[in-house]
Design a protein around this ligand. Sequence first.
Ligand code: APR
Length: 175
Amino acid sequence: MLMQVIRADITALAVDAIVNAANPSLLGGGGVDGAIHRAAGPALLQACRDLPESTPGVRCRTGEACITAGFALPARHVIHTVGPIWHGGGHGEAPLLALCYRNSLRLLRQHRLHTIAFPAISCGVYGYPAVKAASVAVSTLRDELAADDGIEVTLCCFSEEMRALVEHALDDAPH
Ligand code: APR
């Protein structure tokens, strides 16, 4: 599995799947969630509404992932995942964030897809410290990398600061 970090707007990437940093309702929001829904068009919201609720108002629990079409996006699919809200680090945030990456890749493989782009899950509204989140993302993806299955991962950062930080995490992580 190849892995790269870029600075870009994830809604512009023509990959098999872009990952959305969503909330449990899957009914849209701000940040990258808002950008993806704006670019995909209203059909994406309808597709999310059509997904079953595990409990009232919850279609995707923290750490879980689900997939829809990409509709008007250049990406073929959207994999929606819900990152943990940062509560200081002692509430299982790191393993839950790791699950977002693992479950997104599980869906990619299940659908026999190959190229995926991740935003910096939980690093915005959910307040996860970027350095810690980058370390979790890179180490989890490196571990998944072991299964050399032709998957290409792009870590798509919205700012140069984030891109540099993730690149540093990539250089630091054991190969
Ligand atoms: N492309 C790539 N990355 C983006 C884009 C974009 N178009 N827009 C924002 N980002 C980046 C942010 O700069 C941040 O680094 O995505 C990262 C995640 O930030 P958020 O979108 O705020 O996601 P998160 O912190 O996981 O919070 C999720 O916010 O939008 C709501 O509905 C969403 O309730 C959920 C919560």
